[in-house]
Write a protein that binds this ligand. Sequence first.
Ligand code: G6P
Length: 362
Amino acid sequence: SASEKGAYEHYMLKEIDEQPAVMRKLATEYFDENGNIKIEADLLKAIEASDRIYIVAAGTSYHAGLVGHELFEKLAKIPTEVHVSSEFGYNMPLLSEKPFFIYLTQSGETADSRQVLVQTNEMGYPSLTITNVPNSTLSREASYTLLLHAGPEIAVASTKAYTAQIAVEAILAKKLGEERGIEAAKDFDIHLELAKVANAMQTMVDEKHEIEELAEKNLKTTRNAFYIGRSIDYDTAIEAALKLKEVSYVQTEGFASGELKHGTIALIEEGTPVIAIITDEKTAAHTRSNVQEVIARGANVITIVSRSLSNAGDQIVLPDVHPLLTPLVSIVPAQLLAYYTSKQRGYDVDKPRNLAKSVTVE
Ligand code: G6P
């Protein structure tokens, strides 16, 4: 209803704007008064007893899993695989000896993900559902649940649930890594880092009108667009592309920017929008050279860059946060670009054609 949206014209924008508050909420829900992480010991033990994490999810939740892969491997040093549930269920790969399954699902009702959970339950494997909805089907049927505490997400295009999923994965990965004595986890002050993320997200939300203008200039009338990035920025590029395509119907692809030269660059012509995400120090210079290559072929480039890696002329500059948490910040301008492009084209932002918030058929 209009009252729940308050002053907002659309839920999507309201939910984008809520993300700093969701980060702060998670920093209270998952920490005790001494700043220690609160996660039940049995869940931690079950994951520590396993030899591999399998993340299974669909849509935007799958993209949150791609970032989770980085977090679990870098902070907890547990080998992690990420799978699209509709593929995994019908063509299960060879599993490790002691797998642990993590189901990422905003709604907790996605049939594609549930059919995998039913199978892994039959096989007797332990599982965790990370969801926004307590007592949802996947929450009830998994061994453990962690909640997203993001509040109801109404817009079909997921925004705050995506960032909440990444934050919960980061908290869990930090805790596991700490218990396993991993240096990278010990040095990672997640409570402080999430506070920095909340502030950085707020900065991006406060710049929404500049992003609205960029959408108007670069995306409003285009037929296609590309997001590019490397490493953790590639994960964000894929989610950013999904956001733009699902609400604005612009044919958008997210590419590993190193792959451009192996095919995709053939699609670049005069005026093609290319949005480059650059937050990863190790790959920034390479992505910069890809930006030069597409500019030389006429692309209209928008750069989304962490401040410490920025140059004069970058369009969207992100406040710096911990290198493993940059996806939480770099996605915000991409969400806003998608929102404004859809609105400028006169589409039903909150209810894009052909899509449902939660898909309960396989
Ligand atoms: C639907 C929604 C997507 C969502 C996906 C997975 O397709 O339109 O936005 O990412 O389902 O939903 P889940 O509730 O499992 O995260």
